[in-house]
Ligand binder design. Structure first.
Ligand code: NAD
Ligand code: 6OD
Length: 492
Protein backbone atom coordinates (compact mmCIF):
# COMPACT_ATOMS: atom_id res chain seq x y z
CA UNK A 1 0.00 0.00 0.00
CA UNK A 2 2.94 2.34 0.38
CA UNK A 3 6.11 3.06 -1.50
CA UNK A 4 6.01 6.72 -2.47
CA UNK A 5 6.16 9.86 -0.37
CA UNK A 6 2.81 11.21 -1.56
CA UNK A 7 0.25 8.48 -1.39
CA UNK A 8 -3.13 8.37 -3.07
CA UNK A 9 -4.31 6.28 -0.11
CA UNK A 10 -3.03 6.08 3.47
CA UNK A 11 -3.57 3.11 5.71
CA UNK A 12 -2.60 2.91 9.36
CA UNK A 13 0.84 1.67 10.45
CA UNK A 14 0.38 -0.96 13.14
CA UNK A 15 2.84 -3.58 14.37
CA UNK A 16 5.29 -2.87 11.56
CA UNK A 17 2.78 -3.11 8.69
CA UNK A 18 0.55 -0.81 6.67
CA UNK A 19 -3.04 -1.92 7.21
CA UNK A 20 -6.46 -0.62 6.23
CA UNK A 21 -8.70 0.72 9.01
CA UNK A 22 -11.33 -1.79 10.08
CA UNK A 23 -13.70 1.13 10.78
CA UNK A 24 -14.45 1.28 7.06
CA UNK A 25 -14.27 5.09 7.26
CA UNK A 26 -11.96 7.35 5.26
CA UNK A 27 -11.44 11.10 4.93
CA UNK A 28 -9.84 13.33 2.34
CA UNK A 29 -6.58 15.24 2.44
CA UNK A 30 -6.90 18.56 0.59
CA UNK A 31 -3.98 20.51 -0.90
CA UNK A 32 -3.70 23.94 0.78
CA UNK A 33 -2.24 25.32 -2.46
CA UNK A 34 -5.06 24.38 -4.83
CA UNK A 35 -7.94 23.16 -2.66
CA UNK A 36 -7.90 19.85 -4.55
CA UNK A 37 -8.09 16.39 -2.96
CA UNK A 38 -4.64 14.79 -2.92
CA UNK A 39 -5.19 11.68 -0.79
CA UNK A 40 -7.70 9.46 0.93
CA UNK A 41 -6.86 8.56 4.50
CA UNK A 42 -8.20 5.63 6.54
CA UNK A 43 -9.80 6.74 9.81
CA UNK A 44 -8.97 4.51 12.76
CA UNK A 45 -11.90 3.29 14.80
CA UNK A 46 -11.77 2.22 18.44
CA UNK A 47 -10.75 -1.34 17.45
CA UNK A 48 -7.89 -0.07 15.27
CA UNK A 49 -6.63 2.11 18.10
CA UNK A 50 -6.86 -0.84 20.45
CA UNK A 51 -4.80 -2.94 18.05
CA UNK A 52 -2.14 -0.24 17.79
CA UNK A 53 -1.89 0.24 21.56
CA UNK A 54 -1.73 -3.51 22.19
CA UNK A 55 1.03 -3.84 19.58
CA UNK A 56 2.96 -1.07 21.35
CA UNK A 57 2.42 -2.75 24.72
CA UNK A 58 3.62 -6.12 23.43
CA UNK A 59 6.71 -4.55 21.86
CA UNK A 60 7.86 -3.33 25.27
CA UNK A 61 8.66 -6.88 26.30
CA UNK A 62 9.95 -7.99 22.89
CA UNK A 63 13.42 -7.44 21.36
CA UNK A 64 13.08 -3.67 21.88
CA UNK A 65 12.71 -4.03 25.63
CA UNK A 66 15.69 -6.37 25.81
CA UNK A 67 18.11 -4.13 23.91
CA UNK A 68 21.00 -2.42 25.65
CA UNK A 69 20.97 1.37 25.69
CA UNK A 70 23.91 1.36 23.28
CA UNK A 71 22.06 -0.86 20.79
CA UNK A 72 18.93 1.29 21.01
CA UNK A 73 20.91 4.50 20.59
CA UNK A 74 22.70 2.95 17.59
CA UNK A 75 19.39 2.12 15.91
CA UNK A 76 18.14 5.67 16.46
CA UNK A 77 21.34 7.05 14.92
CA UNK A 78 20.67 4.79 11.92
CA UNK A 79 17.14 6.11 11.78
CA UNK A 80 18.38 9.69 11.77
CA UNK A 81 20.70 8.88 8.86
CA UNK A 82 17.94 7.04 7.02
CA UNK A 83 15.65 10.09 7.28
CA UNK A 84 18.44 12.22 5.87
CA UNK A 85 19.00 9.66 3.10
CA UNK A 86 15.30 10.03 2.16
CA UNK A 87 15.38 13.79 2.65
CA UNK A 88 13.67 14.51 -0.66
CA UNK A 89 10.82 12.08 -0.01
CA UNK A 90 10.10 13.65 3.36
CA UNK A 91 10.35 17.08 1.76
CA UNK A 92 7.78 16.22 -0.94
CA UNK A 93 5.45 14.69 1.64
CA UNK A 94 5.67 17.71 3.96
CA UNK A 95 5.12 20.34 1.31
CA UNK A 96 2.22 18.38 -0.19
CA UNK A 97 0.51 18.38 3.21
CA UNK A 98 1.24 21.95 4.29
CA UNK A 99 1.87 23.93 1.10
CA UNK A 100 4.81 25.65 2.82
CA UNK A 101 7.72 26.98 0.75
CA UNK A 102 10.13 24.20 -0.22
CA UNK A 103 13.04 26.34 1.01
CA UNK A 104 11.53 26.55 4.51
CA UNK A 105 10.86 22.82 4.80
CA UNK A 106 14.36 22.14 3.48
CA UNK A 107 15.97 24.44 6.03
CA UNK A 108 13.85 23.74 9.12
CA UNK A 109 11.34 20.88 9.08
CA UNK A 110 13.15 17.96 7.49
CA UNK A 111 16.60 18.43 9.07
CA UNK A 112 14.92 18.54 12.49
CA UNK A 113 13.25 15.20 11.72
CA UNK A 114 16.68 13.57 11.67
CA UNK A 115 18.19 15.70 14.44
CA UNK A 116 15.40 14.80 16.89
CA UNK A 117 16.53 11.15 16.79
CA UNK A 118 20.29 11.78 16.74
CA UNK A 119 20.21 14.26 19.63
CA UNK A 120 18.25 12.05 22.01
CA UNK A 121 20.23 8.94 21.01
CA UNK A 122 23.35 10.82 22.13
CA UNK A 123 21.74 12.04 25.32
CA UNK A 124 20.54 8.63 26.44
CA UNK A 125 23.99 7.16 25.92
CA UNK A 126 25.50 9.81 28.16
CA UNK A 127 22.85 9.74 30.85
CA UNK A 128 24.43 9.51 34.30
CA UNK A 129 22.82 8.34 37.54
CA UNK A 130 22.45 9.99 40.93
CA UNK A 131 24.31 8.33 43.78
CA UNK A 132 24.19 8.83 47.55
CA UNK A 133 25.89 7.04 50.39
CA UNK A 134 23.70 6.80 53.50
CA UNK A 135 24.57 6.10 57.16
CA UNK A 136 22.33 3.33 58.55
CA UNK A 137 20.93 3.17 62.13
CA UNK A 138 23.15 0.18 62.98
CA UNK A 139 26.28 2.19 62.23
CA UNK A 140 26.71 0.67 58.79
CA UNK A 141 26.32 2.08 55.32
CA UNK A 142 23.96 1.84 52.37
CA UNK A 143 24.29 3.11 48.85
CA UNK A 144 21.47 4.61 46.80
CA UNK A 145 21.49 4.92 43.05
CA UNK A 146 18.85 6.02 40.57
CA UNK A 147 17.75 4.15 37.48
CA UNK A 148 15.50 5.29 34.64
CA UNK A 149 12.95 2.84 33.30
CA UNK A 150 10.85 3.51 30.19
CA UNK A 151 7.41 4.86 31.04
CA UNK A 152 5.65 2.39 28.71
CA UNK A 153 3.30 3.13 25.83
CA UNK A 154 3.33 6.82 24.91
CA UNK A 155 0.49 8.45 22.98
CA UNK A 156 1.89 11.20 20.75
CA UNK A 157 -0.75 13.68 19.53
CA UNK A 158 0.71 16.20 17.11
CA UNK A 159 -0.50 19.27 15.17
CA UNK A 160 -0.34 20.27 11.51
CA UNK A 161 1.91 23.32 11.51
CA UNK A 162 5.33 21.61 11.66
CA UNK A 163 4.19 18.01 11.27
CA UNK A 164 7.44 16.04 11.04
CA UNK A 165 9.41 18.34 13.35
CA UNK A 166 6.88 18.34 16.17
CA UNK A 167 6.01 14.65 15.91
CA UNK A 168 9.64 13.47 15.95
CA UNK A 169 10.46 15.98 18.73
CA UNK A 170 8.38 13.63 20.89
CA UNK A 171 8.97 10.26 19.22
CA UNK A 172 12.80 10.76 19.33
CA UNK A 173 13.14 11.04 23.13
CA UNK A 174 10.30 8.58 23.75
CA UNK A 175 12.12 5.86 21.79
CA UNK A 176 15.54 6.85 23.14
CA UNK A 177 14.19 6.18 26.63
CA UNK A 178 12.98 2.71 25.57
CA UNK A 179 9.25 3.43 25.25
CA UNK A 180 6.98 2.46 22.40
CA UNK A 181 4.65 4.95 20.73
CA UNK A 182 1.28 5.30 19.07
CA UNK A 183 1.26 8.50 17.04
CA UNK A 184 -1.89 10.36 16.03
CA UNK A 185 -0.74 13.01 13.54
CA UNK A 186 -3.08 15.83 12.66
CA UNK A 187 -5.79 14.72 10.25
CA UNK A 188 -4.69 17.65 8.08
CA UNK A 189 -1.09 16.43 7.66
CA UNK A 190 -0.93 12.62 7.54
CA UNK A 191 1.97 12.07 5.13
CA UNK A 192 5.29 12.30 6.97
CA UNK A 193 4.20 10.22 10.00
CA UNK A 194 3.05 7.53 7.57
CA UNK A 195 6.28 7.63 5.59
CA UNK A 196 8.32 7.33 8.77
CA UNK A 197 6.90 3.83 9.34
CA UNK A 198 8.64 2.63 6.21
CA UNK A 199 11.96 4.07 7.40
CA UNK A 200 11.52 2.49 10.85
CA UNK A 201 11.16 -0.92 9.18
CA UNK A 202 14.11 -0.29 6.87
CA UNK A 203 16.53 0.34 9.74
CA UNK A 204 15.25 -2.58 11.82
CA UNK A 205 13.26 -0.87 14.58
CA UNK A 206 11.27 -3.85 15.93
CA UNK A 207 7.63 -4.09 14.97
CA UNK A 208 5.15 -2.50 17.34
CA UNK A 209 7.61 0.14 18.57
CA UNK A 210 6.23 2.86 16.25
CA UNK A 211 2.56 2.84 15.29
CA UNK A 212 0.50 5.45 13.45
CA UNK A 213 -3.26 5.84 13.58
CA UNK A 214 -5.09 8.44 11.53
CA UNK A 215 -8.25 10.29 12.37
CA UNK A 216 -9.75 13.26 14.16
CA UNK A 217 -9.87 14.29 17.82
CA UNK A 218 -13.25 14.08 19.53
CA UNK A 219 -15.08 10.78 19.13
CA UNK A 220 -12.34 9.59 16.82
CA UNK A 221 -8.75 8.29 16.91
CA UNK A 222 -7.39 11.06 19.19
CA UNK A 223 -9.99 10.55 21.88
CA UNK A 224 -9.89 6.74 21.63
CA UNK A 225 -6.11 6.80 22.00
CA UNK A 226 -5.92 9.14 24.97
CA UNK A 227 -8.67 7.18 26.75
CA UNK A 228 -7.03 3.80 26.19
CA UNK A 229 -6.22 2.15 29.55
CA UNK A 230 -2.90 0.69 28.30
CA UNK A 231 -1.48 4.12 27.43
CA UNK A 232 1.01 5.17 30.13
CA UNK A 233 1.77 8.75 29.12
CA UNK A 234 0.31 11.36 26.77
CA UNK A 235 2.38 14.02 25.05
CA UNK A 236 0.41 16.59 23.11
CA UNK A 237 1.12 19.67 21.03
CA UNK A 238 -1.83 21.73 19.91
CA UNK A 239 -4.46 24.20 20.97
CA UNK A 240 -5.07 25.07 24.59
CA UNK A 241 -8.75 24.05 24.35
CA UNK A 242 -7.79 20.64 22.99
CA UNK A 243 -5.32 20.33 25.88
CA UNK A 244 -8.21 20.83 28.31
CA UNK A 245 -10.17 18.01 26.64
CA UNK A 246 -7.16 15.68 26.63
CA UNK A 247 -6.43 16.45 30.28
CA UNK A 248 -9.89 15.13 31.19
CA UNK A 249 -9.28 12.02 29.08
CA UNK A 250 -5.87 11.54 30.74
CA UNK A 251 -7.44 11.68 34.20
CA UNK A 252 -8.94 8.24 33.55
CA UNK A 253 -6.26 5.97 35.01
CA UNK A 254 -4.12 8.97 36.09
CA UNK A 255 -1.84 9.05 33.04
CA UNK A 256 1.07 11.49 32.98
CA UNK A 257 0.86 14.39 30.52
CA UNK A 258 3.17 16.82 28.77
CA UNK A 259 1.45 19.69 26.95
CA UNK A 260 2.82 22.26 24.49
CA UNK A 261 -0.08 24.60 23.76
CA UNK A 262 -0.96 27.95 22.24
CA UNK A 263 0.70 31.33 22.54
CA UNK A 264 0.16 35.07 22.11
CA UNK A 265 3.77 36.00 21.97
CA UNK A 266 5.15 39.52 22.34
CA UNK A 267 8.14 41.03 20.56
CA UNK A 268 9.65 44.03 22.36
CA UNK A 269 11.67 46.49 20.31
CA UNK A 270 13.63 49.05 22.31
CA UNK A 271 14.74 52.33 20.73
CA UNK A 272 18.37 51.22 21.06
CA UNK A 273 17.78 48.09 18.96
CA UNK A 274 19.56 47.49 15.68
CA UNK A 275 16.45 48.21 13.61
CA UNK A 276 17.64 46.28 10.57
CA UNK A 277 17.91 43.17 12.72
CA UNK A 278 14.72 43.89 14.64
CA UNK A 279 12.68 44.33 11.45
CA UNK A 280 14.17 41.24 9.82
CA UNK A 281 13.68 39.13 12.98
CA UNK A 282 10.12 40.34 13.47
CA UNK A 283 9.31 39.62 9.81
CA UNK A 284 10.47 36.07 10.42
CA UNK A 285 8.61 35.64 13.70
CA UNK A 286 5.33 37.06 12.36
CA UNK A 287 5.20 35.69 8.82
CA UNK A 288 7.25 32.53 8.52
CA UNK A 289 5.17 29.41 7.91
CA UNK A 290 2.35 31.88 7.14
CA UNK A 291 2.22 32.75 10.85
CA UNK A 292 1.41 29.18 11.82
CA UNK A 293 4.13 28.76 14.43
CA UNK A 294 3.27 28.49 18.11
CA UNK A 295 6.36 30.62 18.85
CA UNK A 296 5.31 33.29 16.34
CA UNK A 297 4.87 36.92 17.30
CA UNK A 298 1.35 38.39 17.22
CA UNK A 299 1.94 41.38 19.56
CA UNK A 300 4.73 43.85 18.79
CA UNK A 301 5.61 46.58 21.28
CA UNK A 302 7.95 49.31 19.97
CA UNK A 303 9.52 52.09 22.04
CA UNK A 304 8.01 55.39 20.95
CA UNK A 305 11.08 57.15 19.43
CA UNK A 306 11.38 54.40 16.77
CA UNK A 307 7.69 53.42 16.54
CA UNK A 308 6.78 55.25 13.31
CA UNK A 309 9.95 54.11 11.55
CA UNK A 310 9.47 50.51 12.68
CA UNK A 311 5.84 50.38 11.51
CA UNK A 312 6.76 51.81 8.15
CA UNK A 313 9.70 49.40 7.67
CA UNK A 314 7.70 46.33 8.72
CA UNK A 315 4.91 47.39 6.34
CA UNK A 316 7.40 47.71 3.47
CA UNK A 317 8.91 44.32 4.21
CA UNK A 318 5.49 42.63 4.56
CA UNK A 319 4.39 44.08 1.23
CA UNK A 320 7.51 42.59 -0.33
CA UNK A 321 6.57 39.03 0.62
CA UNK A 322 5.95 36.75 -2.35
CA UNK A 323 2.92 34.51 -1.86
CA UNK A 324 2.73 31.20 -3.61
CA UNK A 325 2.99 27.44 -3.61
CA UNK A 326 6.11 25.52 -2.56
CA UNK A 327 7.79 26.05 -5.93
CA UNK A 328 6.59 29.51 -6.93
CA UNK A 329 9.59 31.55 -8.07
CA UNK A 330 10.96 33.53 -5.08
CA UNK A 331 8.13 32.43 -2.76
CA UNK A 332 8.45 33.59 0.83
CA UNK A 333 4.99 32.78 2.21
CA UNK A 334 2.69 29.85 1.49
CA UNK A 335 -1.02 29.38 2.18
CA UNK A 336 -2.77 28.67 5.46
CA UNK A 337 -3.19 24.96 5.97
CA UNK A 338 -6.94 24.55 5.44
CA UNK A 339 -10.11 26.35 4.44
CA UNK A 340 -11.41 26.05 8.00
CA UNK A 341 -8.28 27.67 9.39
CA UNK A 342 -8.42 30.46 6.79
CA UNK A 343 -12.04 31.15 7.76
CA UNK A 344 -10.92 31.44 11.39
CA UNK A 345 -8.06 33.83 10.59
CA UNK A 346 -10.29 35.89 8.28
CA UNK A 347 -12.85 36.24 11.06
CA UNK A 348 -10.11 37.97 13.11
CA UNK A 349 -9.24 40.17 10.11
CA UNK A 350 -12.89 41.32 10.03
CA UNK A 351 -13.05 41.73 13.79
CA UNK A 352 -9.93 43.93 13.80
CA UNK A 353 -11.67 46.36 11.46
CA UNK A 354 -14.88 46.27 13.48
CA UNK A 355 -12.84 47.10 16.57
CA UNK A 356 -11.41 50.18 14.85
CA UNK A 357 -7.93 48.97 13.93
CA UNK A 358 -5.83 50.93 11.48
CA UNK A 359 -5.00 48.36 8.79
CA UNK A 360 -1.37 49.19 7.98
CA UNK A 361 -1.29 46.54 5.28
CA UNK A 362 -3.25 43.46 4.14
CA UNK A 363 -6.52 42.42 5.73
CA UNK A 364 -7.93 40.19 3.00
CA UNK A 365 -7.47 37.37 0.51
CA UNK A 366 -5.12 37.81 -2.48
CA UNK A 367 -6.27 37.09 -6.02
CA UNK A 368 -3.83 35.37 -8.38
CA UNK A 369 -5.89 34.50 -11.46
CA UNK A 370 -4.56 30.93 -11.41
CA UNK A 371 -5.05 27.66 -9.50
CA UNK A 372 -3.87 29.30 -6.29
CA UNK A 373 -7.28 31.04 -6.11
CA UNK A 374 -8.62 27.61 -5.11
CA UNK A 375 -6.07 27.42 -2.28
CA UNK A 376 -6.10 28.94 1.19
CA UNK A 377 -3.91 32.02 0.76
CA UNK A 378 -4.33 35.12 2.88
CA UNK A 379 -2.64 38.52 2.93
CA UNK A 380 0.11 39.29 5.44
CA UNK A 381 -1.51 41.83 7.74
CA UNK A 382 -0.40 44.49 10.22
CA UNK A 383 -2.67 46.50 12.50
CA UNK A 384 -2.18 49.39 14.90
CA UNK A 385 -4.39 51.41 17.26
CA UNK A 386 -6.36 48.63 18.94
CA UNK A 387 -7.21 48.66 22.65
CA UNK A 388 -5.20 46.29 24.86
CA UNK A 389 -8.49 44.54 25.69
CA UNK A 390 -9.32 43.64 22.07
CA UNK A 391 -9.60 39.91 21.26
CA UNK A 392 -7.02 40.60 18.51
CA UNK A 393 -4.51 41.35 21.28
CA UNK A 394 -5.66 38.62 23.64
CA UNK A 395 -6.50 35.54 21.53
CA UNK A 396 -4.19 33.35 19.48
CA UNK A 397 -4.95 33.88 15.77
CA UNK A 398 -2.23 31.62 14.28
CA UNK A 399 -2.02 33.52 11.01
CA UNK A 400 0.37 35.94 9.24
CA UNK A 401 -0.58 39.02 11.24
CA UNK A 402 0.44 41.22 14.14
CA UNK A 403 -0.59 44.31 16.02
CA UNK A 404 2.01 46.99 16.78
CA UNK A 405 1.71 49.33 19.78
CA UNK A 406 4.08 52.00 21.12
CA UNK A 407 5.43 52.04 24.69
CA UNK A 408 7.36 54.55 26.81
CA UNK A 409 9.21 52.65 29.53
CA UNK A 410 10.66 49.29 30.48
CA UNK A 411 8.14 48.87 33.32
CA UNK A 412 5.24 49.59 30.98
CA UNK A 413 6.33 47.11 28.32
CA UNK A 414 7.00 44.34 30.83
CA UNK A 415 3.47 44.79 32.18
CA UNK A 416 2.04 44.83 28.65
CA UNK A 417 3.91 41.69 27.61
CA UNK A 418 2.77 39.88 30.77
CA UNK A 419 -0.85 40.97 30.39
CA UNK A 420 -1.80 37.71 28.65
CA UNK A 421 -3.40 34.38 29.49
CA UNK A 422 -0.56 32.76 27.55
CA UNK A 423 3.13 32.44 28.42
CA UNK A 424 5.02 30.69 25.67
CA UNK A 425 7.82 32.94 24.43
CA UNK A 426 9.03 36.45 23.75
CA UNK A 427 11.67 38.19 21.62
CA UNK A 428 13.54 41.24 22.92
CA UNK A 429 15.41 43.53 20.54
CA UNK A 430 18.00 45.82 22.17
CA UNK A 431 21.72 46.57 21.91
CA UNK A 432 21.86 47.25 25.65
CA UNK A 433 23.11 44.05 27.28
CA UNK A 434 22.19 45.08 30.84
CA UNK A 435 18.66 45.87 29.75
CA UNK A 436 18.35 42.54 27.95
CA UNK A 437 19.39 40.62 31.07
CA UNK A 438 17.20 42.80 33.30
CA UNK A 439 14.04 42.48 31.22
CA UNK A 440 14.27 38.86 29.99
CA UNK A 441 13.68 37.10 33.33
CA UNK A 442 10.72 39.38 34.08
CA UNK A 443 8.71 38.17 31.08
CA UNK A 444 6.36 35.39 32.26
CA UNK A 445 7.10 32.88 29.50
CA UNK A 446 9.00 29.64 29.01
CA UNK A 447 11.43 30.96 26.38
CA UNK A 448 12.95 34.39 25.74
CA UNK A 449 15.08 35.19 22.72
CA UNK A 450 17.31 38.27 22.71
CA UNK A 451 18.11 39.69 19.27
CA UNK A 452 16.99 36.43 17.68
CA UNK A 453 14.01 34.15 17.23
CA UNK A 454 13.58 30.36 16.89
CA UNK A 455 17.23 29.63 17.63
CA UNK A 456 16.92 26.11 18.99
CA UNK A 457 19.31 23.95 20.99
CA UNK A 458 17.52 20.66 21.65
CA UNK A 459 19.25 20.22 25.00
CA UNK A 460 17.43 23.24 26.47
CA UNK A 461 14.07 23.31 28.27
CA UNK A 462 11.15 23.96 25.93
CA UNK A 463 7.59 24.74 27.00
CA UNK A 464 5.22 27.40 28.18
CA UNK A 465 3.71 28.79 31.34
CA UNK A 466 0.09 29.86 32.02
CA UNK A 467 -2.21 28.51 29.27
CA UNK A 468 0.75 27.74 27.00
CA UNK A 469 1.57 24.37 28.45
CA UNK A 470 2.25 21.95 31.24
CA UNK A 471 5.76 20.63 31.76
CA UNK A 472 8.94 21.03 29.75
CA UNK A 473 10.54 18.89 27.07
CA UNK A 474 14.03 19.14 25.62
CA UNK A 475 17.29 17.65 26.90
CA UNK A 476 17.06 16.19 30.38
CA UNK A 477 13.46 17.45 30.68
CA UNK A 478 12.40 15.07 27.92
CA UNK A 479 14.24 12.25 29.64
CA UNK A 480 12.39 13.13 32.85
CA UNK A 481 8.98 12.89 31.17
CA UNK A 482 9.66 9.77 29.12
CA UNK A 483 11.09 7.70 31.98
CA UNK A 484 10.12 6.54 35.43
CA UNK A 485 12.88 6.98 37.97
CA UNK A 486 13.46 4.41 40.64
CA UNK A 487 15.86 4.54 43.57
CA UNK A 488 17.76 1.38 44.43
CA UNK A 489 18.97 1.27 48.03
CA UNK A 490 21.57 -1.38 48.87
CA UNK A 491 22.60 -2.05 52.47
CA UNK A 492 26.30 -2.86 52.48
P1 NAD B 1 -5.40 21.04 17.61
O1 NAD B 1 -5.41 21.16 19.10
O2 NAD B 1 -6.63 21.34 16.87
O3 NAD B 1 -5.01 19.55 17.18
C1 NAD B 1 -3.80 18.95 17.58
C2 NAD B 1 -3.98 17.45 17.58
O4 NAD B 1 -4.92 17.08 18.59
C3 NAD B 1 -4.53 16.90 16.26
O5 NAD B 1 -3.85 15.70 15.99
C4 NAD B 1 -6.00 16.64 16.60
O6 NAD B 1 -6.61 15.66 15.81
C5 NAD B 1 -5.89 16.19 18.05
N1 NAD B 1 -7.10 16.32 18.85
C6 NAD B 1 -8.08 17.26 18.77
N2 NAD B 1 -9.02 17.05 19.72
C7 NAD B 1 -8.64 15.95 20.42
C8 NAD B 1 -9.19 15.23 21.52
N3 NAD B 1 -10.33 15.59 22.11
N4 NAD B 1 -8.50 14.15 21.97
C9 NAD B 1 -7.34 13.76 21.41
N5 NAD B 1 -6.78 14.40 20.35
C10 NAD B 1 -7.41 15.48 19.87
O7 NAD B 1 -4.17 21.92 17.13
P2 NAD B 1 -3.77 22.27 15.63
O8 NAD B 1 -4.83 23.16 15.09
O9 NAD B 1 -3.42 21.02 14.91
O10 NAD B 1 -2.40 23.10 15.84
C11 NAD B 1 -2.38 24.47 16.09
C12 NAD B 1 -2.31 24.75 17.57
O11 NAD B 1 -1.20 24.09 18.12
C13 NAD B 1 -2.10 26.21 17.90
O12 NAD B 1 -2.88 26.56 19.01
C14 NAD B 1 -0.64 26.29 18.28
O13 NAD B 1 -0.28 27.34 19.12
C15 NAD B 1 -0.45 24.98 18.94
N6 NAD B 1 0.97 24.59 18.91
C16 NAD B 1 1.70 24.70 20.06
C17 NAD B 1 3.05 24.38 20.06
C18 NAD B 1 3.91 24.50 21.29
O14 NAD B 1 5.01 23.99 21.26
N7 NAD B 1 3.47 25.16 22.34
C19 NAD B 1 3.64 23.95 18.87
C20 NAD B 1 2.86 23.88 17.72
C21 NAD B 1 1.52 24.19 17.76
O1 6OD C 1 11.64 23.51 17.96
C1 6OD C 1 10.94 22.83 18.70
O2 6OD C 1 11.37 21.86 19.35
C2 6OD C 1 9.53 23.15 18.86
N1 6OD C 1 8.85 22.41 19.76
C3 6OD C 1 8.99 24.12 18.11
C4 6OD C 1 7.63 24.49 18.18
C5 6OD C 1 7.10 25.29 17.25
C6 6OD C 1 5.71 25.61 17.27
O3 6OD C 1 5.01 25.73 16.30
Amino acid sequence: MLQQPILPEHGLFIDGAYVPATSGRTFQKISPVSGRVIATVHEAGRDDVDRAVRAAKAALSGPWGKMSVAERAGLLQDLSQAINARFDDFLEAEIADTGKPRSLARLVDIPRGGANFATFADMIKNLGAEFFETATPDGGRAINYGVHRPKGVIAVISPWNLPLLLMTWKVGPALACGNTVVVKPSEITPHTATLLGEVMNAVGIPKGVYNVIHGFGPNSAGEFLTQHPLVDGITFTGETRTGEAIMKQAAIGLRDISFELGGKNAAIVFADADLDKAVAGTMQSVFSNCGQVCLGTERVYVERPVYEEFVSRLKGAAEGLVLGGPDTQGVSMGPLVSEEHRDKVLSYYRLAEEEGATVVTGGGVPQFGDERDGGFFIQPTIWTDLADTSPIIREEIFGPCCHIRPFDSEEEVIALANDSDYGLCSAIWTENLSRAHRVAPQIEVGLVWVNSWFLRDLRTAFGGSKKSGIGREGGEHSLEFYTERANICVKL
